[in-house]
Design a protein around this ligand. Structure first.
Ligand code: AGP
Length: 612
């Protein structure tokens, strides 16, 4: 989603800003821009093309300056056209970039228009620019100009979420940053000080960071950084060292990050379980041992792929630990009037740890009276990790492709460990069973490699899927969420319309869609529901549907007329979903490649959805 970079430096900042935007591209955007203070004037370049084009335009326009701000925009208010791209200016005096949504922008717009401000964009951000300008000129009239103070008073008028970076034409040595609801970090360097919405933007440039807290406002100059809270009182925040591995954001021999990330799964899962030699609540942080004993149920809240990880975990938690589990989409839960049980463990699952709906759901659960909360997340420094009582880092490493792959399988590993932990605490995990599960976990990377070896067969299927406009995915039980995830992957990167159903539901409606033109993908592990699934597949064949089945080696399903089978390894028990999702990731990936879509940055989508 939107990205921010800002800088005060002893050198020209344009290349640092454009490189920062390049590093934020993975979040998804539809326009970008950069503004600097050059020879006493605000200058900017904005583009609806890629950051690479913006960099070329910046060079062509001879843009340079020692302070500046830059932005990648994912449109919310106002179409993705140049006039709505950030930085947004007010009266040639104030420049601002903004992530988030200002909910009361309409009333503020009317108020500012009444004061003579003329709006040039359709964005909610422009009201913030004009508000700051208004405060700034009011201060000037009283002979007391303080940009931080002007920003702080403007922010008092806003309802909604924001991370902003601001500078003023008349205040050449200062950039102001502020956050409420959207992340923002300060990078501390030897040549200057910087702002970014994500540490990744400053990877390689600085290693010392301050993670701003809710309501914090930062003033960056060459001499240092001053922090105040929303009331203007000075605050201190810890400096954290973050040595970003530039290696992990390089593509290497792969064409796309998604492909690279699919193939990283054996290694990242091996890393995630390397030190797990016994099942213990300590895997979830200090104090979890005691708190987990108190809980009598689990509520998992998440969005998108992370929600499907939660759905899979429900099966594990209820079958292995016998702990009643509910799973809810975060954007629904946060606005639903629910009955809080203080003995419920609320688990939020998120790759980024910044998804606005999931973060709001976590806060909502806490205000509703849920005492125990756990974040399962891939970003150690994220807001969700800081907000919850307990934490578990999934250790997948940076995931750049918008379509989540390795984050999903590592979430599944983490949630499986949670189910085993609760099971052990409740005396339901005999030592021999624990040893068997641990052994299966440690052999999982090898099994994943054998699934990845099926790629050539999947590429052949992808040729067919690239020519279709619709597909159905079927699964049962523990593999129904995997069918949902397969359909989501296909939709989001190849734009093929795909729906997933529990196979037993087919006859209650979706069977009407089945014709000889409809590919139907079935996830067919050799589990207790296999015979039921086979009957469901017969229902499809009887209507001439084309079946594409991922069948365990021991599931006795053979290819035949209209029945295409790719043979998976032998059934892998409770961990089978982690194997079965991988061919679906590859099918979506190769279908998207065959259709020539922008695999890593699919249209309309963002990596981290930091607005509602
Ligand atoms: C997955 O492929 C999607 N891009 C999306 O559904 C994602 O899982 C969702 O937005 C949640 O993100 P999070 O895990 O960072 O919270």
């Amino acid at each position: 989603m939107c990205g921010i970079v800002g800088a005060v430096d002893r050198r020209d900042v344009t290349s640092l800003l454009t490189e920062g935007l390049r590093r934020l591209e993975y979040r998804g955007y539809d326009s970008c821009g950069i503004a600097v203070l050059q020879q006493g004037a605000l200058r900017r370049v904005r583009s609806v093309a890629r950051v690479a084009n913006l960099a070329a335009e910046v060079a062509a326009a001879n843009l340079s300056g020692m302070i500046g701000i830059a932005h990648t925009r994912w449109a919310t208010h106002g179409a993705p056209v140049a006039k709505n791209a950030h930085p947004i200016f007010s009266s040639g005096e104030i420049a601002i970039v903004h992530n988030g949504i200002i909910e009361n922008h309409e009333s503020l717009r009317e108020e500012l228009q009444a004061h003579g401000y003329v709006f040039e964009s359709d964005t909610d951000t422009e009201v913030v620019a004009h508000l700051i300008h208004r405060m700034w000129t009011e201060q000037a009239a009283q002979g007391a100009k303080d940009l931080l103070c002007a920003v702080r008073h403007a922010l008092e008028r806003l309802h909604g979420a924001y991370a902003i970076a601001v500078f003023a034409r008349n205040d050449p040595g200062r950039v102001i940053g502020a956050r409420a609801g959207s992340p923002l970090v300060v990078g501390l360097g030897e040549q200057g000080n910087y702002l970014a919405s994500d540490v990744m933007a400053l990877a390689g440039a600085v290693e010392n960071f301050i993670y701003l807290e809710e309501g914090d406002i930062a003033e960056l100059t060459l001499d240092g950084v001053r922090l105040v809270d929303r009331s203007g009182h000075a605050v201190q925040r810890d400096i954290k060292v973050h040595r970003a591995s530039t290696h992990s954001v390089e593509l290497g021999p792969y064409r796309h990050y998604m492909h690279k990330e699919i193939f990283e799964q054996p290694n990242v899962i091996a890393d995630a379980i390397e030190r797990v030699d016994t099942i213990s609540a300590d895997l979830f942080g200090q104090g979890a041992r005691h708190a987990f004993r108190e809980i009598d149920s689990v509520l998992i809240v998440a969005c998108g792929t992370s929600y499907y990880a939660g759905m899979t975990a429900k099966y594990w938690l209820e079958s292995l630990a016998k702990v009643a589990t509910q799973v809810e989409v975060a954007s629904e839960y946060r606005y639903r009037s629910s009955v809080a049980n203080p003995n419920t463990l609320v688990v939020v699952v998120s790759q980024s740890g910044e998804t606005a709906d999931t973060l709001a759901a976590l806060k909502h659960a806490q205000t509703q009276g849920h005492r125990h909360t756990l974040t399962v997340c891939n970003v150690a420094s994220s807001t969700m990790m800081r907000q919850a009582e307990f934490q578990h880092l999934t250790s997948a490493g940076p995931e750049i492709g918008v379509a989540s792959t390795k984050a999903f399988t590592t979430q599944l590993v983490a949630l499986f460990l949670l189910a085993l932990t609760l099971s052990k605490q409740r005396g339901r995990l005999p030592a021999a069973q624990e040893a068997t599960f641990l052994d299966q976990l440690h052999r999982l990377p090898g099994k994943l490699n054998s699934v990845l070896a099926l790629e050539a067969q999947i590429i052949a299927w992808a040729e067919t899927f690239a020519r279709t406009d619709h597909a159905l995915f079927l699964g049962r039980g523990l593999h129904y969420p995997i069918a949902l995830e397969g359909a989501l992957k296909l939709k989001e990167i190849s734009y093929v319309h795909a729906e997933a159903y529990p196979a037993g539901e087919l006859k209650h409606g979706p069977l009407a869609l089945v014709t000889s033109q409809m590919p139907v993908v079935a996830v067919a592990p050799n589990d207790a529901l296999l015979d039921k699934l086979k009957s469901n597949l017969q229902e499809v064949r009887a209507r001439s549907g084309q079946l594409y089945v991922f069948a365990d080696a021991d599931s006795r399903i053979a290819s035949g007329d209209g029945l295409h089978v790719i043979r998976m390894p032998e059934h892998y028990g409770s961990l089978s979903p982690i194997l079965h999702v991988v061919p679906l990731q590859l099918l979506a990936y190769h279908t998207a490649c065959a259709r020539g879509t922008d695999v890593d940055k699919p249209r309309n989508l963002a990596k981290s959805v930091t607005v509602e």
